[in-house]
Design a binder for this molecule. Structure first.
Ligand code: SAJ
Length: 400
């Protein structure tokens, strides 16, 4: 069997390497020639634990080879990004482009699977696109949707052990896709139809977004009510049926801050809570930036001089180096747009250099700064000894 994966990013590359490690021939395809060249050297262009070894051994054993053009195979996996456009409408043009590239190669009995997060109905739309161009193949292909559900930082483990939801455009397609994933997934494989599988992915991430919005809303209420939100949540979670998530400086990353819009843009009237959760989580970042500005203003009034300010963390969540859709980065940018005579220390222990921000080691920043704003709960920030004269804004619950 030969598999062609289209897209060699955060999910496509680990998936390709995993399949190749199971001694299945994989042609990995990416439009970026640098990515292709890097992989064919047995190296990687993204940071993910254990991915380097998996890619190096797959390339060395000749089970994985990267190309810039789609290659003929029996199984095609589409693992390309689905961002949203300016108006929060999903942009499936990469899925369409990947599919158009595959169409001339398709033959009877082939399996075509979309893994990219996609709005409901995308798989059926792609089936139409395929059969419009290749009417002789109608009913002779297997077409399915199977979303990835792995957590960045733990991808190589979760790809093997997570359950998968697999939905075909018909029962034979579902079964054929299940047989394929069984070759390298140890988690359970749950059969459904394509529309439900698409909605399932959007539901999982929207559910998390809504739950985080609840925690963020509580943090705003508690700030006004002079209650420690972290203690409150800890106590409420002692109830056997309550499990509140943690507030923070907003929700980031390329999934949870994006996927709910795939529901709200298509079902605006019906998705009131999902839409409101997005607003609350976005507002929380704005509010944090305003709190820092207020602290700066109060400091000036009190001491008659501009403070130095440490912004602790830039990543979208703790202990990673990924800045995509990061609320901490947004907050840093917003505060610094307004900078006058105060001094800033930008801290991100997982990054050495950044094009825009000058990164300062955290030890130096906390020693020098008058105001310390914790934006991300990186492990380095826990148990830091801070002198009592510092103004501390702990948006990430680092000190709790
Ligand atoms: N966050 C909070 N409070 C919390 C938990 C998270 O503010 O209690 C914030 C984080 O700081 C971060 C954002 O939410 O800014 C998202 O982080 P995350 O760890 O919840 O999720 P991701 O984006 O790294 O990965 C999610 C996962 N989805 C779910 O947990 C439902 C993962 O399983 C998906 O595969 C991934 O999205 C994806 O690719 O869709």
């Amino acid at each position: 069997m030969k598999v062609t994966t289209i897209g060699l990013g955060y999910i496509g590359l680990p998936t390709s390497a995993l399949i190749a490690q199971n001694k299945i021939q994989v042609c990995g395809v990416d439009v970026n020639p640098n990515v292709v060249e890097t992989i064919n050297k047995g190296e990687i262009h993204i940071i993910e634990p254990d991915l380097d070894k998996a890619v190096a051994s797959s390339v060395k054993d000749k089970f994985l080879k990267a190309y810039t053009e789609p290659q003929e195979a029996e199984v095609y996996l589409v693992v390309v990004p689905t961002p949203f456009k300016g108006n929060h409408e999903p942009d499936i043009s990469y899925v369409e482009a990947a599919t158009n590239g595959i169409i001339p190669l398709l033959k009877e009995d082939d399996l075509y699977i979309i893994e990219s997060t996609s709005p409901v109905g995308t798989t059926e739309k792609m089936a139409k696109l395929i059969y419009n161009q290749r009417p002789e193949l109608k009913g002779k292909l297997h077409i399915a949707y199977c979303p990835e559900r792995v957590l960045p930082g733990n991808v190589m483990y979760e790809l093997v052990h997570n359950d998968r939801v697999i939905g075909g455009v018909d029962e034979q397609s579902t079964q054929k896709a299940i047989d394929f994933y069984r070759l390298f997934v140890k988690g359970e494989l749950h059969a459904t139809n394509a529309r439900t599988a698409e909605m399932c992915k959007l539901t999982e991430n929207s559910s998390r977004d809504v739950q985080i919005a609840f925690a963020n809303e509580l943090s705003l209420i508690c700030d006004k009510a002079d209650i420690d939100v972290w203690e409150l949540i800890k106590l409420a979670n002692k109830h056997p049926r309550v499990n509140i998530l943690q507030p923070g400086c907003g929700v980031g990353g390329h999934c949870i801050a994006v996927d709910p819009y795939f529901i709200t843009s298509e079902f605006p009237m019906e998705s009131q809570i999902i839409g409101k959760a997005r607003e609350i989580n976005n507002y929380k970042s704005f509010w944090c930036a305003e709190q820092v500005k207020k602290a700066k203003h109060d400091f000036k009034l009190k001491y008659g001089r501009a403070p130095s300010i440490a912004l602790m963390g830039l990543a979208f969540k703790p202990n990673i180096d990924d800045l995509r859709e990061s609320p901490a980065k947004y907050i840093a940018q917003k505060i610094m747009q307004d900078a006058h005579d105060e001094k800033y220390f930008i801290v991100e222990p997982n990054i050495k250099d950044h094009q825009v921000f000058k990164i300062t080691p955290y030890q130096e920043a906390v020693k020098e700064a008058d105001i310390i704003a914790f934006l991300v709960a990186h492990k380095e920030f826990k148990n830091l000894q801070l002198s009592e004269d510092k103004v501390i804004l702990d948006f990430a619950g680092v000190r709790k």
